[in-house]
Design a protein around this ligand. Structure first.
Ligand SMILES: [Zn+2]
Length: 302
């Protein structure tokens, strides 16, 4: 009985839409005026020192590939990038989305902070944007130095590429929504990859896995219901997203079981391809004036 009742409650019926719940809420006389108030940007970033992209361009011109790592389809892998090196996530063979985690290679408690990166930059990131670390460090971990999908912008549906609005596909949400278990969600792949890299038990690795940068993923919010949507990634073999490591980095990357994320994820249905990670070393003398970031100086008070 309760099972049936619970199933009814959990069914995504139209009664769950915000508008139907609020149909009987009285609309105030000045509703239009209240809605017409102009928004202000939450975090004006004019005071942030912008990265000097000209220095990075000169460094890029000298860089040589020193390592590469393949991330097999529906699997994860890790890679290390020394401070002052570049790394590329490259599409090979076919359109494929990647879920990226970043850690301070010397301190796993400092890791990528998707939410604040979104708040400081935008829902989707591209060249010149930075990937910020969590509190209390809050400093740039990486600066995006090249994006071959930088031409995409935002499409007619409001979709953009490389999002910091999603989380990562995970087996818990999958069980919640489908009732089934799937073991190659990006969350699982990242846990497994970190566990192998560090020699941790997978349960010990799991708390270090965090919300991702969805590399190459094309997403947005539906105009009518503001729901998170995905659509086929515009990425093609040869495209890459390149970043400059501001600190010593450990990266984790999952080749999402959603493939190009045009239809589904958290299953073996979608066509999936590997991703390639390339590590590049530039001429370090060109970075002599680069202001490598310290951890945030704020001290929490009792
Ligand atoms: Zn995924």
């Amino acid at each position: 009985m309760w099972g049936t009742f619970a199933a009814l409650i959990l069914m995504p019926t139209p009664e769950f839409s915000m508008l139907s719940f609020n149909a009987n809420i009285p609309v105030p006389a000045d509703a239009d005026a209240r809605r017409a108030v102009k928004p202000v940007v939450c975090y004006p970033v004019e005071s942030l020192v912008a990265p000097d992209m000209a220095i990075l361009e000169r460094a890029r011109a000298t860089m040589e590939k020193v390592d590469e790592v393949i991330v097999p389809p529906r699997e994860g892998n890790t890679f290390e990038v020394p401070k002052g090196h570049f790394f590329r996530i490259v599409s090979v063979e076919g359109p494929q989305v990647g879920d990226l985690n970043l850690w301070n290679a010397n301190d796993l408690s400092e890791r990528f902070f998707s939410g604040k990166t979104r708040a400081l930059h935008a829902t989707h990131v591209t060249t010149g944007n930075r990937l910020w670390s969590n509190l209390p460090s809050l400093r740039p971990m990486a600066t995006i130095s090249h994006d071959t999908l930088g031409w995409y912008g935002f499409d007619e549906f409001g979709g953009g590429v490389h999002d910091v609005i999603g989380t990562r596909c995970d087996p818990y949400t999958n069980r919640l929504l489908s009732g089934g278990d799937y073991h190659h969600c990006c969350h699982s792949n990242l846990c497994r990859a970190l566990s192998h890299h560090k020699g941790f038990d997978i349960k010990a690795a799991e708390p270090h896995v965090h919300d991702v940068l969805n590399v190459f993923m094309c997403t947005g919010f539906t105009r009518d219901t503001q729901q998170y949507f995905m659509k086929a990634s515009p990425v093609r073999p040869g495209d890459f997203l390149e970043m400059f490591a501001e600190i010593d980095l450990l990266g984790g990357l999952s080749a999402c079981p959603g493939g190009d994320c045009s239809t589904s994820h958290s299953s073996d249905v979608a066509k999936c391809y590997p991703l390639l990670v390339e590590i590049y070393r530039p001429d370090k003398t060109l970075l002599a004036d680069w202001p490598f970031p310290e951890r945030n100086g704020y001290q929490l008070q009792d």
